[in-house]
Design a protein around this ligand. Structure first.
Ligand code: GDG
Length: 476
């Protein structure tokens, strides 16, 4: 296997491609639509970049390959590792613990052992692929041990880490049996990035309390003389691309067709989420159903469209959630729906980006009510698509996005009455009020897009190790 010598290495759980079967029956790759790869593509191309990650299938080890000019380096996972490292420690231990223990985290020693083993494998691949003095950017909660493991193998590297999900307060993180190991894993990086300053603060406080290193503001002083910087880098979307898609004739036509298919209601409310217990789908639908039952809205002229994208279907808590939502939607529609006019139009499926944009265009009110969310890109995508400065956003104050999208109707998802009030206000707001709010939010989302986010992180990483001699080349 020939591995590239890359000056910039991205390490993430998943590669930015999915395996597909080609029309001739052969196997190929399709680029996954995520904003991360779009943001990083230009800087990867200017710096002989490589991306290290899992292909998404068990025991899949095709070796390093180039897809559309990007160097991709697969890390294989066995079926057992998918269960223990991915579904287990990542998604049934870390995910609930880091989201305020909204569900109960499970702690199993075998899962932890698999997590260490897989993180070691990712670190080894990164060590093989990175050129001398290269920059390595590690992503997310599945790979928190990689910075330290990689530094042990390659002290010459400049290493950054970004956590896409929240970082919990000290009281909750304290439950983790391997809390010190995780903190030490992250401290292998030169810059540890979070969505919010509060999360960076939680991290620094925990390092002081649990590891005992000296800290000052956002800096940690390591015994080996290094400093580690913990900072917030709120992630964003490819705003211009979303707006362009939203303005296209085909999306405009599709948005009109969606409205017609729903019976031309006066109001469409919309929720789009991965089917996840952190997203607060249940209280949002309850708030809506109470408003309909109390006569604030009629199913003849209003509908709530809820798209729940299938997610982590092999994890027990996600199966339970799916049954809960199925039952709730069935009961609400059974009680309140009329022939041809359900109270909730519910879809458990995923859609192409084009259809997402058409849904955002069709929706008068976008409802985003997570109990806890690192950022929430759906809220930003809705804003990017509302180029007429209309439409209302109802947003949980527990989504990272609420820090920036201050002009949304901010709600507490635990407070059903508060959510009901906000839904009524947002739905009945005067056009002038909608424009004032949407204009301000659109300014925020167009000034801080995902390219600005990536550039800020990489610039911070470069200046964090001034003694280091190799600089990333700017985008051509
Ligand atoms: C994690 C953090 C943080 C959803 N359904 C479909 C689809 N999507 C796309 C959305 C959006 C993305 O998936 C979801 O992003 P979110 O930010 O809302 O949530 P998570 O998946 O939980 O992401 C989160 C994020 O990482 C980035 O750092 O913001 O807090 O939890 O882009 O559009 N896309 C398509 N079809 C679907 O059916 N094409």
């Amino acid at each position: 296997m020939t591995s590239p010598a890359a000056d910039l290495v991205i390490v993430a759980n998943r590669l930015p491609v999915d395996r597909v079967t080609l029309p001739d029956g052969g196997q190929g790759w399709r680029r996954s639509p995520g904003g991360l790869v779009t943001a990083l593509e230009p800087v990867m191309r200017s710096n002989d970049g490589a991306w290290i990650g899992w292909t998404g299938q068990a025991d899949d080890d095709p070796g390093a390959f180039v897809d559309d000019g990007l160097s991709l380096v697969p890390v294989p996972l066995s079926g057992g590792e998918i269960e223990e490292f991915y579904e287990g420690f990542s998604n049934a231990t870390l995910w609930p613990l880091y989201h305020d223990v909204v569900a109960k985290p499970e702690f199993h020693r075998e899962w932890w052992e698999a997590y260490v083993r897989v993180n070691q494998r990712f670190a080894e691949r990164a060590a093989e692929v990175a050129a001398r003095d290269a920059t390595v950017w590690v992503h997310d909660y599945q790979l928190q041990l990689v910075p330290q493991l990689l530094r042990e193998l390659r002290p010459d590297l400049r290493i950054g880490f970004f956590l896409h999900i929240p970082f919990p307060p000290t009281e909750l993180f304290g439950q983790m049996p391997w809390r010190r190991e995780l903190l030490e894993g992250l401290l292998g990086a030169d810059v540890v990035g979070f969505q919010l300053t509060g999360a960076a603060g939680n991290f620094v406080r925990l390092v002081r309390q649990r590891v005992g290193h000296k800290t000052h503001r956002d800096l940690v002083y390591m015994p080996d003389g290094r400093t580690v910087q913990a900072m917030a880098f709120p992630i964003s979307i490819d705003t211009a691309a979303f707006e362009e898609l939203a303005r296209s004739d085909s999306v405009t036509e599709r948005a009109a067709a969606i409205r017609t298919a729903l019976g031309n209601p006066e109001r469409i409310l919309l929720g789009i989420d991965r089917l996840d217990y952190t997203k607060g789908i249940n209280p949002r639908l309850r708030a809506w159903s109470e408003l309909v039952a109390e006569g604030h809205f009629s199913v003849r002229d209003s509908v709530f469209v809820q798209v729940a994208t299938p997610s982590r279907e092999r994890v027990q808590q996600y199966r339970v959630l799916r049954d809960d939502i199925d039952r709730l939607v069935g009961r609400i529609n059974g009680d309140l729906g009329r022939l041809g006019s359900p109270a909730i139009a519910y879809m458990h499926s995923s859609f192409p980006r084009h259809e997402m944009a058409a849904l955002y265009r069709a929706a008068d009110v976008m409802v985003v009510t997570p109990f806890r969310d690192g950022m929430n890109l759906v809220a930003k995508e809705y804003v990017a698509c509302r180029y007429d400065n209309d439409g209302a956003l109802v947003l949980s104050e527990f989504a990272g996005a609420a820090n920036e999208l201050r002009q949304a109707w901010l709600v507490n998802p635990w407070d059903i009455n508060g959510m009901k009030e906000a839904l009524v206000e947002a739905t009945r707001a005067e056009p002038k009020e909608l424009t004032r709010r949407m204009k301000a939010m659109r300014k925020t989302v167009s000034e801080n897009d995902v390219a600005a986010w990536a550039n800020r992180f990489l610039a911070e990483l470069e200046s964090a190790r001034p003694a280091h001699n190799k600089k990333l080349r700017p985008v051509r």
